[in-house]
Structures are given as structure tokens and as C-alpha cells.
Design a protein. Structure first.
Length: 170
């Protein structure tokens, strides 16, 4: 495994990302909900919301779209409990890979009446579905598998690593 970004650099980039959100939202006085996508987003989500400087609501969703590294049908295992009608939503995940899960969730939240849904991710891989997202790292689609900082290995391990690693030979 090879370190992609140091823990300190990761935190610096998260702080800068949060500053962008703070500047965009602070004076608008609109209700804002941050939604974390479990399980992968838990570390990034927790660190990001610590830097947000205005009142927010927090909720989580859980969807199943992968079996190991193989994509399959997207299904909810936990939906929102917060009413997002008329609110700006920041949808936080660890990585956008194919973009299909994020698009599924954006469409779902818009159907629930969200005023705006902005994807926020640690890693954005180039894809044909989601072209824009707030992110701290960008990679081509054919980049390796990442673990750590909430992202897991095929066996469900490595989420607790405090930085992002690239797996060798994946």
C-alpha cells in the first residue's frame, strides 16, 4: 500500500473545502442538511462538518451498490429521517467512482423536494455520470482501489486508517 495523502494534508484540504461551503452558504440563511453516505463517508463526514461555521442538520443514508469491487443494483438499507423539502443538501461520500450511486441519491433527494443537492467527496474519479463535485482529490477512472479514511478493502477492513492509501496490484 502506498500513501496518497498525508493526514495533515488531508485535514488542510478538508478545511479549505469547508471554507468554500461556508462562503457559499453563510449569508444565505437557508436551511442546510449534510447527509453522509454510510459506511464509507463516516470519517470524511465527521471531519468536514467540524469546519462548518453555521447551523446545519445532519442525517445519514446507507445504500448497497457494491459486492466487493463489483457494482450491482442500488438499494437503500437506510433512508433519510430528516425532512429535506426546500433545503440545500450537501451529500457527502468517500468516493465517486462510476457516479451511478451519487446520481441515484441526487435524483432521490430532488424527488423529496431538496432545493439543491451538492455532492462532496474525498475522491472524485472521472466518470460520465457526475462531472462536478466538491472534492479534495481527483483521479482518472482507471486509477487503483483506495482504502483508509472510511474506504474499505474487499473484506471490509481498512476503514479506520487515518489517511488514504492506494492498494498495490488492484
Amino acid at each position: 500500500m502506498k500513501e496518497v495523502i498525508s493526514e495533515q494534508d488531508l485535514q488542510n484540504r478538508i478545511s479549505k473545502l469547508a471554507s468554500i461551503i461556508n462562503n457559499d452558504e453563510f449569508n444565505l440563511k437557508r436551511p442546510v442538511v449534510f447527509v453522509g453516505i454510510l459506511n464509507g463517508a463516516f470519517m470524511f463526514f465527521s471531519d468536514l462538518v467540524k469546519y462548518i461555521k453555521f447551523p446545519i442538520e445532519i442525517d445519514f443514508v446507507r445504500v448497497k451498490s457494491y459486492d466487493g469491487q463489483n457494482r450491482k443494483e442500488i438499494k437503500f438499507t437506510k433512508d433519510l429521517e430528516t425532512d429535506i423539502n426546500g433545503k440545500n443538501v450537501y451529500l457527502v461520500d468517500d468516493i465517486i467512482d462510476s457516479g451511478h450511486t451519487m446520481k441515484f441519491l441526487i435524483d432521490h433527494f430532488k424527488e423529496k423536494g431538496a432545493r439543491n443537492v451538492t455532492p462532496v467527496v474525498a475522491i472524485l474519479k472521472e466518470n460520465l455520470v457526475i462531472s462536478e463535485a466538491l472534492c479534495i482529490l481527483k483521479y482518472p477512472q482507471n486509477s487503483p482501489w483506495f482504502v483508509g479514511y472510511g474506504m474499505d478493502n474487499e473484506d471490509g477492513t481498512c476503514r479506520n486508517i487515518e489517511t488514504i492509501l492506494e492498494l498495490d496490484g488492484k
